[in-house]
Every structure is written in C-alpha cells, then in structure tokens.
Design a protein. Structure first.
Length: 315
C-alpha cells in the first residue's frame, strides 16, 4: 500500500503533522534523516514523499542531515517518485543567496545584500553601505543565526574581533541593508499546494529572533528593533489579507516546484515591500491559528492525502 513519507530531522516539528495525518486516517511513515544510508541500486517504495528538511539542522547537532536528504531526494526523483518540495526546494532552503537571486528573477524586490567569505572581506563589504544601518546574517541559517544590527563599520569590526562572532556553517556571511518598519512588524505569507493560504502579522519589536513554531525558533526574520507596543499576540493571522505580491510568489514557487512554503516580507515607511526569506520547511503558530480557526498542518495533511489519492488512481 502506498503511504505518505515525511523526510525531516526534527521530531518536534513533525508532531502536529503526524497527529493530523492520523486524524484523517492517512497512512504515513516517519523518515528521520539525521543519519542513514541510501542503496542507490534499490528501488524506493511507492508513495508521496514530503521533504521537511531544515537549514538550521546543524544547530541541533545534525550537521549533515541536508546532505543526506539531498542524496535521498535525488534517488527518489531518479525513480520518478512524487516528491513534495524536492531537490530544488532543498537548494533554496539552505542558501539565502539562491533565494534572493530567484526572488529578483521574478521581479520581487529584496534588500541590498552582499555575500562575503573571510573577515577582511566582510569588513570591505560593509563599506558599501556607507553611513546606513546594515545587518549580518548567515547564508545557511535559521533561528536568527548571525543576525546582528550595525550602525558602523567600526561596530562590525569590534564584533568580528570578539568571541561572540558566529562563523557560518557554510562560511558565507551576508551583509544586508536594514529596512525599517514604521510599525515594527513583518508579514509571513503561507502557501499550501503552491497557492496562498493565509498571512501572519509578526510583531518584531522585541528583536530579531521570532518564530511561528511552538517548539523553538526556525527562522531568521529580518526584523527591525523598535519600541515595544502593546499587542494581543506576537503572531496574528491577517484575516482576509490579500496583496498583488502573492501572485509573484506563486509564480516563483511553481517555477521551482515548491508546493509548501512560508515567504516573509517587510514594508518600509514609503510603503515599499522587501522580501527576504523563503522557508520551505514551514511551521505555524497554534495560538494564532486557534484564534482564527485556521490550521496549516491540517491543510497540509489534506493536501498530502489528496496527492496520495491521485497517485493511487494512476497506479
């Protein structure tokens, strides 16, 4: 019998999905790829394969989980299996450089960004921002890795020379212009089946490390620091919110064969939108969803069930 296979490296992020699959009585199998092997002469089982590998796996001691996942995805795709968020999604998940280039390709504005390897090169890159504020972040990131706000090259020099400097796992540090949100929030738009599902307003007044998941932070949100404002919750679903940029996001996702994703953007005081992150391993905030009665993992489970049904009809 065909199943839904879930590829991942962090059980805390699959718990809610598995519960929904069980609720819908859908057959599934847990493929935790923290370690393992791939017999390239073997044939994969029939089924739907959903990739939830995370760029931040190395922060949990799972340094080579993305590389193992890449091998597994290549094996599955070689045999023509149905893969949700396949090799191209993984490539974008672990490289913000690729994300920004792909966003610009589809006419989606991103913040000015310079990639640098080497401490001297990082300082040289910072000179390009002149007197403007800028941030650093890791190319292969998650959990706010390497995200620091600077107002001068001298401040960056002090950081680089200190013990608190974080070396990126792939060696690439990104320097990015600082986009200031007048109301201190960003918007995270969620897509399921390649189509816009809903958008979340995320309060960024407390700094850079915010996350929609209940378990822990998975994203390095490009967040400004401002005065804390009184709001009911950090994460609020923007009911009925629509924007023309979602059509561009859908075209980008379709071109890269990405079915499930969260894409984040920030709006400056002039109203210009800057997109800075594509999350192909997306999670949802349970409090925000319960408040609106909308559930992302349930919709994903329904979507995967529909894809499994299509497969069974064709086999």
């Amino acid at each position: 019998m065909s199943k839904i296979y879930v590829l991942h490296e962090n059980s805390e992020w699959t718990e809610h999905l598995f519960k929904r699959l069980e609720e819908l009585e859908l057959p599934y199998e847990d493929w935790n790829l923290v370690r393992g092997k791939v017999d390239l002469t073997s044939v994969p089982p029939e089924g739907i394969f959903y990739n939830r590998m995370s760029a931040s796996s190395h922060t949990r001691g799972n340094r080579f989980a993305p590389e193992l996942t890449s091998a597994v995805l290549s094996w599955l795709e070689h045999h023509g299996r149905v893969v949700i968020n396949g090799s191209r999604a993984l490539q974008l998940e672990v490289s913000k450089v690729l994300q920004y280039l792909e966003l610009e390709k589809y006419g989606i504005k991103t913040p000015k960004t310079i990639a640098a390897v080497g401490r001297e090169e990082i300082l040289e890159a910072a000179e390009a921002f002149g007197t403007k504020k800028f941030i650093t972040k890791h190319n292969r990131a998650g959990k706010g890795l390497g995200v620091q706000l600077f107002t001068s090259v001298d401040a960056l020099q002090n950081y680089i020379d200190s013990d608190s400097f974080e070396e990126p796992v792939d060696g690439i540090t990104l320097l990015q212009e600082y986009i200031e949100s007048p109301e201190s929030f960003i918007t995270r738009s969620e897509f399921i089946g390649g189509k816009y599902f809903y958008a979340v307003r995320v309060d960024t007044s407390e700094g850079f490390e915010l996350c929609p998941a209940d378990a822990c932070a998975i994203d390095d949100l490009f967040c400004p620091v401002g005065e804390e404002s009184a709001k009911p919750a950090k994460f609020q679903i923007r009911e009925g919110f629509e924007h023309p940029i979602f059509e561009k996001y859908e075209r980008l996702l379709a071109a890269n064969d990405i079915k499930i994703a969260g894409i984040e953007f920030i709006q400056d005081k002039e109203g210009h939108i800057y997109t800075y992150d594509i999350n192909t391993n997306t999670n949802y905030n349970s409090e925000a969803e319960a408040d609106r009665g909308i559930y992302g993992m349930l919709e994903i489970a329904k979507y995967l069930g529909g894809e499994l049904k299509k497969l069974e009809v064709t086999v």
